[in-house]
Design a protein around this ligand. Structure first.
Ligand code: GDP
Ligand code: MG
Length: 199
């Protein structure tokens, strides 16, 4: 059922350090999504690597995306080989994601994957839309991150597809750590009839 779609969100170490936990949760909550799992932890490198390689083509895809972004801005990418660019990003991500505590969460609701990505904004904060979390609270860029040989600091991870979400949730949570419950407001958002409001 689409109204029960789940997605994984991680507030990355920079998001926690910027004191944005409440702000980020507020934005997902107010749109009508439901928090069904949450924990704070300092991830290990192998857990981070495992997370980003759940999809075997992620390394190549991330490399292609980065190269394309350079070209669109008329800048020269560090390499023309997507695998090479992707591997470097993965290595840097492991350092970034293990540098401090993160908040790992599962959100549920209609089109949860798509809606959370929309509120979160595009990968590169420099070009993320105004009004998105990444666009409003951070200003990092591919070129700055690559010059300093580090991952882009964009404060949030959010699953990119339904399939990615399913695998990522299983990677970070046991089923027992997630709570199935009903929010009173769901009646207003999802029920076919709005009877029971008027006295
Ligand atoms: P997301 O789904 O929007 O988070 O983006 P991706 O799944 O493509 O990439 C995962 C994370 O790797 C991003 O959130 C960034 O932190 C980092 N990252 C992605 N692409 C690049 C890049 O080209 N250069 C650098 N330095 N970091 C990147
Ligand atoms: Mg991604």
């Amino acid at each position: 059922m689409i109204s029960k779609q789940r997605t994984l969100v991680i507030i990355k170490p920079d998001g926690v350090q910027r004191s944005l936990i409440g702000e980020i949760i507020k934005r997902y909550e107010r749109v009508g999504l439901k928090l069904i799992g949450i924990k704070m932890m300092v991830p290990e490198k192998k857990q981070v690597k495992g997370h980003y390689t759940l999809n075997p083509s992620w390394v190549r895809n991330v490399g292609e995306k980065a190269i394309e972004s350079y070209k669109k801005k008329g800048e020269k990418p560090p390499s023309e080989n997507p695998e090479e660019v992707g591997e470097k990003v993965l290595e840097n991500l492991q350092g970034y994601m293990t540098s401090g505590p993160v908040i790992v969460m599962v959100w549920q609701g209609a089109h949860a994957v798509e809606v959370i990505r929309k509120i979160t904004g595009g990968t590169e904060p420099r070009s993320s839309d105004v009004g998105t979390v990444r666009g409003d609270f951070v200003l990092d860029s591919y070129s700055m991150a690559d010059t300093d040989n580090r991952a882009i600091r964009n404060i949030i991870h959010a699953s990119g597809s339904d399939d990615e979400a399913e695998k990522e949730i299983e990677h970070w949570f046991t089923e027992g750590e997630l709570t199935n419950y009903r929010l009173v407001q769901e009646q207003i958002m999802y029920d076919v009839n709005l009877d029971g409001i008027l006295e």
